[in-house]
Design a protein around this ligand. Structure first.
Ligand code: DMJ
Length: 625
């Protein structure tokens, strides 16, 4: 047998450095068992002596802090006098005493608290821990803590009046029909084809999935459809993925996905919605990498490369698209603590304010490279609409502090009234479109949102014009109702005209369709809330009956191709905005005013409610480590 070596053979993966000295010592043949035992006794005696000495020292606190924790004396300012040994010791003892006293005080406070307050404290602590761990999840953005406050008017009561109650219940049943069929036939995809009973994909969302789920979240919540809300949340947690090769519409993704997620967060306080909204917001930021900061319309989410719609005048960005991000982006800054989102918005403002406006009007096209207007087309409908809406709502959402937005809104309305608003021979007021100085006497279904906007803005209108704004709102609401009432289906066309002897009627075949759009109902909802004139509820109810008659099919709701036909054919698409907007506005119309009260919530362009950011609010704490 070979004699044992001083160093044992190393095994693979164990370096020489890792071989510990005791194995060296105890493998030497020179030590027998008794000698090893003696050595052990000596060692342990020595160690006991050392530790004993520590405990018998006079000031153990000094030793612990000075030796183990290496604490330095804290100086309040650079000029503080240096403390000698005794003073240092006293200083430390003082601090220990203060800590003890503080702990005692907190314990006393806790004892004085009511059980509910203690429960609330525990809940807040738990939420903080959950939030910290959610923040640390891989891939999730690092987010500061937010103080989540119980949302105002997120849950409504049943209306007292039996007829209103029944009507509200009917609208909830419509939501169930739309949701359950989407779930059965198109779950996880963007939209439902209710006749083909399969999914519908739209290029607006690229490879993003689940548009209907995200768009419907807040409607499910306010209708008290909690099981459905939770299954939607679960899908979002597991499947909503923005790491895909996808060219998306920056505007559509912002109003539907970011807006839907933000509202779901503000209503439910569920952290997943905030994290997803901010993650998506960050992915949209490369769209602003243009010479002017006016964002591209389309963005490849993976590569960060943007471009504009090929049909848009000379490579321009669209007013209603880059002008309809403000509400969501302000809230992204609010919830992430990152000012970059708000900065992008204020830059858009700056570019717009530097430009001359023809007759005070904003053309629909703006080139993001040159910062110059494209074609001088002006519209309060498609391509322009929600830009004006967001000026007013930016002011309202800022707790009426954003004076610049306020001025821009009322100035724009004045120019619109002077140059675009006309009255038909039959006495209907309408908003025409303006093309290089010439009026086109057509009004889009999209333009009908303006009635609600004028009503919402009436209260803050300058120089006692609030009555005038309200009248204008009522006239637009009436005209838009006429466009419904003059059709066979009692639903309105995509666009209606006031020329060639007609009023409020579509004359072109390709303008006769109705795709479940909300704008007319949206205006009726605002008019009801702000005037309580029962005719608006009546008009809303007529729309419910018309939807049931012409758009409801066995597997959901579909748009129709011709509102003037007794037996319209279906387009086979259940748009996500039908669940986000049309059904939500109808439900609100048949609810009490304290469900999502208008002085607290601002609806984004997709009807997703966002809270007013109060002057004194401080929702984000410092970043958690
Ligand atoms: C919605 O997606 C939004 O309201 C948008 O601002 C314009 N149109 C559709 C619904 O018609």
């Amino acid at each position: 047998m070979p004699p044992p070596t001083l160093l044992p053979f190393t095994t693979p993966g164990i370096s020489r450095k890792s071989v510990n000295s005791s194995s060296v010592l105890f493998n030497r043949p020179a030590f027998r068992l008794t000698e090893k035992f003696l050595l052990l006794l000596v060692f342990s005696g020595f160690i006991t002596l050392c530790f004993g000495a520590i405990f018998f020292l006079p000031d153990s606190s000094k030793l612990l802090s000075g030796v183990f924790f290496h604490s330095q004396p804290v100086s309040v300012s650079g000029s503080a006098p240096k403390l000698d040994g005794r003073e240092l010791e006293a200083d430390k003892l003082n601090r220990i005493r203060e800590d003890h006293e503080k702990a005692l005080r907190e314990a006393k406070d806790t004892l004085h608290k009511l059980p509910d307050e203690i429960k609330q404290d525990i809940k807040e602590q738990k939420e903080k821990v959950a939030q910290d761990s959610a923040n640390k999840r891989e891939g999730a953005p690092r987010l500061p803590n937010v103080v989540f406050r119980k949302p105002v008017g997120a849950i409504g009561r049943e209306p007292a009046d039996p007829e209103t109650r029944d009507r509200q219940a009917k609208i909830k049943e419509m939501m169930k029909h739309a949701w359950e069929n989407y779930k059965r036939y198109a779950w996880g995809s963007n939209e439902l084809k209710p006749l083909s009973k399969r999914h519908h994909s739209s290029s607006l969302f690229g490879n993003f999935q689940g548009a209907t789920i995200v768009d419907a979240l807040d409607t499910l919540y306010i209708m008290g459809m909690h099981d459905e809300f939770n299954e939607a949340k679960e899908w979002i947690e597991k499947n909503l993925d923005f790491n895909v090769h996808a060219e998306v519409s920056v505007f559509e993704v912002t109003i539907r996905f970011v807006g839907g997620l933000l509202s779901a967060f503000y209503l439910s306080g569920e952290e997943v919605f905030r994290a997803k909204a901010v993650e998506l917001g960050e992915k949209l930021l490369p769209a602003f990498n243009t010479p002017t900061g006016i964002p591209w319309a389309l963005l490849n989410i993976k590569s960060g490369i943007g471009r504009n719609w090929p049909w848009a005048s000379g490579g321009s960005s669209i007013l209603a698209e880059f002008g309809t991000l403000h509400l969501e982006f302000m809230h992204l800054s609010q919830l992430s603590g990152n000012p970059v989102f708000a900065e992008k918005m204020m830059n858009i403002r700056k570019v717009l304010n530097r430009l001359d406006k023809p007759q005070g009007l904003y053309p629909n096209y703006l080139n993001p490279n040159s910062g110059q207007w494209g074609q001088h087309h002006v519209s309060v409908g498609g391509l322009g609409d929600s830009f004006y809406e967001y000026l007013l709502k930016a002011w309202l959402m800022s707790d009426k502090t954003d004076e610049e937005a306020r001025k821009m809104y009322y100035d724009a309305v004045q120019a619109i009234e002077t140059h675009l608003i006309r009255k038909s021979n039959g006495g209907l007021k309408y908003i025409a479109e303006w093309k290089g100085g010439l009026l086109e006497h057509k009004m889009g279904h999209l333009t009908c949102f303006a009635g609600g906007m004028f009503a919402l803005g009436a209260d803050g209108a300058p120089e006692e014009t609030s009555g005038h704004h309200m009248e204008l709102a009522a006239e637009i609401a009436r005209t838009c109702h006429e466009s419904y009432d003059r059709s066979a289906t009692k639903l309105g066309p995509e666009a209606f005209r006031f020329d060639g002897g007609v009023e409020a009627i579509a004359t072109r075949q390709n303008e006769k369709y109705y795709i479940l759009r909300p704008e007319v109902i949206e205006t009726h909802m605002y008019m009801w809330r702000l005037t309580h004139d029962p005719k608006y509820r009546q008009w809303g109810w007529e729309a419910v009956q018309a939807l049931e008659k012409s758009c409801r099919v066995a597997a959901g709701y579909s748009g129709i191709r011709d509102v003037y036909s007794d037996q319209p054919t279906h387009d086979d698409v259940q748009q996500s905005f039908f669940l986000a907007e049309t059904l939500k506005y109808l439900y609100l119309m048949f609810s009490d005013d304290d469900l999502l009260p208008l002085d607290h919530w601002i609806f984004n362009s997709e009807a997703h409610p966002l809270p007013v950011i109060r002057k004194d609010s401080q929702p984000v704490e410092k970043l958690t480590e």
